[in-house]
Design a protein around this ligand. Structure first.
Ligand code: HEM
Ligand code: HEM
Length: 260
């Protein structure tokens, strides 16, 4: 059904049943932003975190008490084995992503996480204003918005902390080459503190997750550039007039643009 002209509605006539929004499809182009390594490490790490959190919480507080005598059931042993194998996958995923920050495609690189250029530094402030309701429009970016980039840097630091505290705890009951990691135990102030840090850091990661979902949905909707879809497909839908900035070096891309 063709909606009535907008003028009819504003004069108090029948309200249009379809909201007419002018979308300049001509002025939009599909740009490949997230390469396969960024996307696959993101989603596989997420799955690993859920498995590690479920098994880890059980290791810390074994809430299932099977009726059989110990030795006839293997609930704790199973949880630990799943935790440790998933921890290997998690460690490899994080290591891959960290290396990729130096050898990966443009938007996978370290400068997406540390706001070095003037434009990205200004955008951190603009983004904070947006989240504190002092401004209605979030700044638009091709890659990560600089505040999100900084937050992801903290998330990667938490990942590394999980790996190191995990290795410290593992080393004391390990035999063979994994005993090497025992030197981490005094660095964390003992085994019990390492365990405490490992536990608390998990809640920080899960807290980040709750905020991350909310902000990804909010920003995705406001920007209208397909942010959430882009973590699946790799593509964002960007203004065509941005094309010339996409070929600049990272230093030039981080200067304020005339067309902003
Ligand atoms: C985001 C990732 C991870 C989460 C959410 C997680 C969560 C947990 C939790 C909640 C505990 C129980 C702590 C407690 O006693 O209260 C635990 C124990 C443990 N985790 Fe993790 N963990 C993660 C990654 C890792 C990694 C990467 C390693 C190894 C490198 C690891 C090795 C261990 C070890 C050795 C224990 C102690 C098991 C025991 O008591 O025998 N974890 N984990
Ligand atoms: C445990 C769960 C999750 C964690 C820890 C997590 C963590 C991260 C990290 C570290 C990045 C940066 C990616 C990189 O360049 O390496 C990222 C980006 C992103 N994630 Fe997640 N993520 C989680 C779940 C999700 C879910 C469920 C969604 C979908 C709603 C999502 C949507 C996105 C999007 C759209 C980006 C790109 C955002 C931007 O440019 O700032 N994430 N996430």
């Amino acid at each position: 059904m063709t909606p009535p002209p907008a003028a009819t509605a504003t004069k108090g006539g029948a309200r249009p049943q379809v909201a007419v929004k002018s979308i300049d499809v001509e002025g939009i182009e599909r740009v490949y932003v997230w390469d396969i390594v960024v996307r696959s490490t993101h989603w596989f790490t997420m799955i690993a975190i859920f498995i590690l959190a479920i098994t880890g919480v059980y290791i810390g507080t074994p809430y299932l008490i099977p009726a059989q005598p110990g030795g006839e059931h293997f609930v704790m042993a199973t949880m630990k084995v799943v935790h440790f194998y998933t921890a290997i996958a998690f460690t490899l995923l994080v290591a891959t992503r960290l290396v990729w920050m130096f050898v990966g495609s443009y938007y996978a690189r370290w400068h997406q996480f540390i706001p070095i250029g003037t434009r990205r530094r200004n955008d951190v402030i603009r983004m904070i204003k947006f989240y504190s309701l002092l401004s209605k429009d979030p700044p638009l970016n091709v890659g990560h918005n600089p505040l999100a980039g900084l937050t992801y840097l903290l998330v990667y630091a938490l990942y590394v902390l999980m790996i190191l505290t995990g290795l410290a705890m593992y080393s004391v009951s390990a035999s063979g080459y994994m005993e090497f990691w025992e030197f981490l135990v005094p660095i964390f102030g003992g085994l019990q503190t390492a365990r405490w840090i490992h536990h608390i850091a998990m809640w920080f990661i899960l807290g980040f997750f709750a905020h991350h979902i909310w902000s990804a949905m909010l920003v995705s909707r406001l920007e209208g550039m397909g942010l959430i879809d882009s973590m699946f497909s790799g593509y964002k839908f960007l203004p065509r007039r941005w094309r010339k900035r996409l070929s600049l070096s990272w230093r030039d891309r981080d200067r304020p643009y005339e067309d902003d």
